[in-house]
Design a protein around this ligand. Sequence first.
Ligand code: DHB
Ligand code: FE
Length: 428
Amino acid sequence: MPLDKPYLDIPGTTIFDAEQARKGYWLNQFCMSLMRPENRQRFKANERAYLDEWAMTEAQKQAVLARDLNAAIAEGGNIYFLAKLGFTDGQSFQQMAASMTGMTEAAYRDMMVAGGRSVAGNRVLAEGRPAPSAREPAPAAATARITASVYTSHVPAVGAAIDQGRTQEPYWQPVFAGYEPSRRWLAAHTPDVVVLVYNDHASAFDLNLIPTFAIATADEFQPADEGWGPRPVPPVRGHPALAAHIAQSVIQSDFDLAIVHRMDVDHGLTVPLSLLCGQPARWPFRVIPFAVNVVHYPVPSGRRCFQLGQAIRRAIESYDEPLSVQVWGTGGMSHQLQGPRAGLINRAWDARFVDRLIADPEDLSRLPHIDYVREAGSEAIELVMWLIARGAMADAAGGPPPTVVHRFYHVPASNTAVGHLILEEQSS
Ligand code: DHB
Ligand code: FE
């Protein structure tokens, strides 16, 4: 719907984008499984039975059984994944390519030897029709709007206190009291979608793959088991279409996001939801998980994060469905979880960080990493994520400054200084 896809009218060509990837997730994962000899053996022994182990559609299974690669691509398959199926059959890329053209293998090879298929007559579906970029723009529709941004620490012990019914204990009571106004505010200003910027804490991403920025496009995300069992909270409902739109728009603004089709979400994402929503049977809005690497150096600069927030704003405002969207930035404030300096807290630095975040975030975004770490502890670097949410507000795009709805600070929760801020757009 809202994605601009100028590649849709190239004949005989399917571009593998986030939408296709979602459609073809299990088909492609099935293909990947054929990289193991024992799986190839089981597949060859009984193709239907092996396919039935996968959550594929019947159309996808039929395409595989018929070795109909065009049909498989239409069902979300990607050629590099499907090639594993071809290789299992002893086929080469050239044989697979030929099979999709309606030509015999020999005729296809001869065409390639003679210089390959000509681009003439193969550029657009109907030659002579204007190229997509030259078409009339669609009439302006009501688009999604950012209404507010929320900033909060995401200490796992806070989640445990909620889950275990200990929020009124003397240690925890002042922490949760600080979020009472926020819960009332959120109940009165429930968005359709929250873009929730957080960091994965070695839960979804292990050391094999560390994306700097990752946006998740799934329908649903389960709470991660971080070692003490998954938190007893509802699954998080995603917004695949808006997530795919943000991915496309932001990547086309030169920010290279990783796209995640499946992952579990850890305390970085679920604890902020619990703090602001309490313990509902289901979360009252959809969530687009947006993960930022702040665990493995180098981590992205504050400046890059602020500019990314600006790009996310442009993306949301170009989505042609009138959704109300909030952007949340999580983590921080002062904390150090490691080594002999663990427990470091710098109240003055935290207060100044929030003052500057409100009044002059662009200037704050120039603060180098070393200042966060030296002044507020090694894990305070999580605060760069707050700059993403702040960059998504109207004033970062030349609009009016936001209104401060609520500001809260408390030491300690576990090892951390809890910081919290809500900024609302003036027009909302
Ligand atoms: C703590 C804080 C965090 O932000 C985190 O990710 C893990 C632990 C803490 O204070 O215990
Ligand atoms: Fe954290």
